[in-house]
Design a protein around this ligand. Structure first.
Ligand code: ADP
Ligand code: MG
Ligand code: ZN
Length: 476
């Protein structure tokens, strides 16, 4: 059986966070009453004219600039014709031959090293509405609130070779969108959506194999699992002497399989033609330059700066800068207490774990950056031990209480008074004569045992360094 290599290209749809829709002034607010934000334009009435949202163009260009794309000063809207109940006009307004942004690329880190993924194009289009099927009532509803919301479609070159690379690329795009502040990046709510084109070929073969397009990938985990499943399915087909069919397949997360949804439509099926209601976009050089100058520090730059400025391990810097909110949190904590490495440690460990468990964004955490900084300071000052800090962390994280006040109220302040610890040391030595003899006979490894016993006596509050010193004095 040949060794196969996968070839993957991703199509990403990102909803732009403009206040109004792409071609009308309806609100883009998520969670409104069904069909609350709808007008003649976005409900596809005949005889009304679309008017382009300038901010959407600005956002799309900024994304293009952030991923090294050529920006086309002239681009054209085209009608993509198809019928579906959530598309009342009978066509989507998209861009076809002349997209807003041309070739670019994104560099990603993978376990096999850095990889550069080409971006074919970024174009603008409007979103469709939503069909809601009620099996209880045996009817379907159409909600047009989403119809007309601006999207950018980011199409990658078929440069991706593994599901890991696909996820790294997607995380990289999402991170940039969030840094730019132009998209929520929410996979579950669908403000960041991805279709994966997957094919395989015998390793070493130049031509691509036939691809399947996977849909319904609403988490990074599902992207990874769907691609891996699909690679296996295609390999089985080829091994059995069968052919892969070009088609659109739907991922079923519950069963972790993909199933055929429909045959693949070709571009000519859509009867693309330039939209006669919209004049081509003609960008002035000065606008592009202004938008380029307005770009914020992007994830890659921030990662490199933070690694150098705070002397962080590369992996910590990568994790801390993936989300802008996390990086802001880190820098606020360091401003409050100048111990970047320790703060990074707590954030990459305890803090991130709890954010993930509670599905909370760093900026929404009850425990603010000053609290985390204060906790690290308490350990440094010897007020509490690292062990106690770990124990109280979940409470502090959930409540947002000030660490200093909290450890005092709970009586957790570390005992750094030698007199108080001596009593415990004496008690432990008296209670364990056999171990004491063994220790004096050369089994110095028993020190850990004695320290543990003293910590138990003091309910974890004794200053461990002091315990060590006192024990060494007594046993030595
Ligand atoms: P369509 O618009 O019909 O989906 P495109 O040519 O725009 O087709 O390609 C869509 C995506 O499919 C792109 O990301 C591209 O990189 C990817 N792609 C094209 N050919 C292959 C292939 N043989 N295997 C995997 N991905 C592919
Ligand atoms: Mg496609
Ligand atoms: Zn409208």
């Amino acid at each position: 059986m040949p060794d196969y290599e996968a070839v993957i290209g991703l199509e990403v749809h990102a909803q732009l966070k403009t206040a109004s829709k792409l071609f009308c002034s309806c609100s883009t607010a998520f969670g409104s009453e069904p069909n609350e934000n709808v007008c003649e334009v976005c409900s596809g009435m005949p005889g009304v004219l679309p008017v382009l949202n300038r901010t959407a163009v600005e956002y799309a260009v900024k994304m293009g600039l952030a991923v090294n794309c050529e920006i086309n000063e002239r681009s054209v809207f085209a009608r993509k014709n198809y019928f579906y109940p959530d598309l009342p006009a009978g066509y989507q307004i998209s861009q076809y031959e002349s997209p807003l942004c041309g070739p670019g690329h994104l560099d990603v880190e993978t376990s096999a090293g850095p990889r550069r993924i080409g971006i074919t194009r970024i174009h603008m289009e409007n979103d469709a509405g939503k069909n809601i099927h009620s099996s209880a009532e045996n009817v379907s509803y159409v909600d047009l609130n989403r119809a007309g919301v601006p999207l950018i479609e980011i199409v990658s070159d078929p440069d991706i070779r593994t599901s890991e690379e696909a996820v790294a690329y997607l995380k990289g795009l999402r991170s940039i969108l969030l840094y730019l502040g132009i998209c929520d990046g929410n996979l579950e709510e669908g403000s960041f959506r991805c279709d994966a084109n997957v094919s395989i070929r015998p390793r070493g073969q130049a031509e691509f194999g036939t691809r399947a397009e996977l849909k319904n990938l609403n988490s990074f985990r599902n992207v990874q699992r769907a691609i891996d499943y699909e690679i296996g399915r295609q390999a089985d087909l080829l091994d059995d002497g069968e052919a892969v069919v070009q088609e659109t397949r739907l991922y079923d997360a519950g069963r972790n399989t993909t199933a055929s949804m429909r045959g693949k439509e070709e571009a000519h099926d859509y009867r693309y033609f330039p939209d006669p209601d919209l004049i081509p976009i003609q960008l002035e050089r000065a606008w592009i330059e202004k938008w380029a100058a307005e770009l914020p520090e992007l994830p890659r730059e921030r990662r490199e700066r933070m690694a150098a400025e705070y002397d962080l391990p590369a992996e910590d810097a990568r994790i801390l800068t993936e989300e802008k909110g996390l990086a802001d949190y880190f820098e606020a904590a360091v401003a409050a207490y100048d111990a970047p490495k320790k703060i990074a440690n707590w954030m990459v460990g305890e803090f991130l774990r709890r954010l993930n468990e509670t599905h909370t964004a760093a900026e929404d955490a009850a425990m603010g950056p000053e609290s985390l900084a204060a906790l690290v300071a308490l350990i440094d000052k010897g007020t509490i031990s690292g062990k106690i800090a770990k124990d109280v962390f979940p409470d502090l994280f959930a409540s947002g209480r000030a660490p200093e006040e909290y450890v005092k109220a709970k009586g957790l302040v570390q005992i750094s008074d030698a007199g108080a610890i001596e009593a415990a040391v004496d008690a432990v030595i008296a209670a364990n004569p056999a171990e004491v003899e063994a220790y004096r006979g050369g089994k110095t490894k028993l020190m850990g045992f004695f320290v543990g016993q003293v910590m138990r006596e003091t309910r974890g509050k004794a200053n461990p360094q002091l315990v060590n010193e006192l024990l060494q004095g007594r046993l030595g």
